[in-house]
Design a protein around this ligand. Structure first.
Ligand code: S3P
Length: 442
């Protein structure tokens, strides 16, 4: 458990590049492993979560190798070709690996046992067990629908029409991936749009997938239909930088006087850019330079300058487009002028940690004024003055990478520094976070 004290380092300047998008990296391995032929991937995130996906797909028959120049080569077995893994699949900390792979296995005639770390073993899997059971898969889960869990897939599975009860790209993707090997049309209805990387990438791999909008009881809904069994063709994929990783540097530059930082090659899929919109509303100077398209995703370089932020009431409707960015938004709010109010964030309680209570405790420990409500935090900012920082006790990260990195950013804007109890979880999504931070501050 390496603890670390993050202290004020001066402005963030120059140009940096954050690692590849986690969501796209997971999917490039899974879809490559289901295509016959070679898929080549550059810009892959080589964090622990994505490596858990790679290990699982290898255990089910794919050949996945990294070349010396960092390109990944994936040879798949075709949709329907997954092999029975011989040992339990260890998912580590990764909810995305677990839920998406459950979807893939659900429509293959194989069984698999999923295990994970203490954080993942507390997270709810009922949200994917429910629709995948309707398709014919069966499950033996631990109490409360958690890991360890064994799934027995069904072949042929039954196509379903499923309206998502929670706004979750993981649940949507699990059902669509099960649909790949299910004869007929599998339909997912999304009352609230979530990240659409599965849809974009499956189309790129040649799946017959249609995305439309239809009137629902409470307004327009996205309707996604996938035709199975699908025949996936291999692809070349260039993974853009992860906006959820860029988020820590965006906020760090905004709250650190004198900063003027360019973050290159950041993915700006509109289902992921909520944080940028909210920070701009708070007065953050974030410019998009050199806008372009990389691998079917909008990308730009972001120039971020120190800004005097003002507290706002955050519209809960934007939450799905920044679901992983709330911990670091709370840090920005703690340094803003006035009050920031967030609501509608119940989902944050079932992430790698309960991000509402863990961030409230962490920010209070660092001297911020925070009120925890059932579905959000209310934060009274310092108006730009540094936070006192932590003294005797370190911040508890609860195996949550985003808590560790958010509080690292808070440390940059503190008098005494912020001590984080465990930086190891950062390896799940952002292996070079510490060196990049040192580089930007140098
Ligand atoms: C992800 C979806 C989101 C997000 C996670 C990655 C994905 O989870 O929090 O980090 O790649 O599909 P939910 O679907 O649980 O909101």
């Amino acid at each position: 458990m390496p603890a670390h004290r993050f202290t004020s380092q001066g402005p963030l300047n120059g140009r940096i590049r954050v690692p590849g998008d986690k969501s796209i990296s997971h999917r490039s391995i899974m879809f490559g492993a289901l295509a016959v032929g070679e898929t080549r991937v550059t810009g892959m995130l080589e964090g622990e979560d994505v490596m858990a996906t790679a290990a699982a797909m290898r255990a089910m028959g794919a050949s996945i190798t990294r070349e010396d120049d960092g390109t990944w080569s994936i040879h798949g077995m075709g949709v329907g070709g997954l092999l029975q893994p011989e040992a339990p699949l260890d998912m580590g900390n990764s909810g995305t690996s677990t839920r998406l792979l459950m979807g893939l296995i659900a429509s293959h005639a194989i069984s698999a046992t999923f295990t994970g770390d203490a954080s993942l073993s507390k997270r709810p899997m009922g949200r994917v067990i429910d629709p995948l059971s309707l398709m014919g898969a069966s499950f033996e889960a631990s109490e409360g629908g958690t890991l360890p869990l064994t799934i027995q897939g069904a072949y042929p599975a039954v196509p379903i029409t499923y309206r998502l009860p929670v706004a979750s790209a993981q649940v949507k993707s699990a059902v669509l991936l099960a649909g790949l090997n299910t004869p007929g049309v599998t339909t997912v209805i999304e009352p609230v749009p979530t990240r659409d990387h599965s849809e974009r990438m499956l189309r790129g791999f040649g799946a017959q997938i249609e995305v439309g909008e239809e009137d629902g009881a409470n307004g327009p809904e996205r309707v996604i239909r996938i035709q199975g069994p699908a025949d996936l063709k291999p692809c070349d994929i260039d993974v853009p930088g992860d906006p959820s990783s860029a988020a820590f540097f965006i906020v760090a530059a905004l709250i650190t006087p004198g900063s003027d930082l360019v973050i290159e090659n950041v993915g700006l899929n509109p289902t992921r850019t909520g944080l940028i919109a909210v920070l701009r509303q708070m007065g953050g100077q974030i410019e998009e330079l050199n806008a372009r398209e990389v691998g079917g995703e909008p990308v730009a370089d972001l120039r971020v300058r120190h800004s005097n932020l003002t507290g706002i009431v955050v519209d809960p409707a934007i939450a799905p487009a920044m679901i992983d960015e709330f911990p670091v938004l709370f840090v920005a709010a703690a340094l803003a002028q006035g009050t920031t109010t967030t609501s509608g964030l119940d989902e944050l309680r079932v992430k790698e940690s309960d991000r509402l209570s863990v961030m409230a405790a962490a920010l209070e420990l660092a001297g911020a004024r925070v009120e925890e409500r059932e579905d959000g935090l209310v934060i009274e900012g310092t108006g730009g003055a540094p936070l006192p920082g932590t003294s005797a006790n370190p911040v508890a990260t609860h195996l949550d990478h985003r808590i560790a990195m958010s509080m690292a950013v808070a440390g940059l804007a503190s008098k005494n520094g912020v001590e984080v109890d465990d930086t190891a979880p950062i390896q799940t999504s952002f292996p070079n976070f510490m060196t990049l931070l040192a580089e930007a501050c140098a």
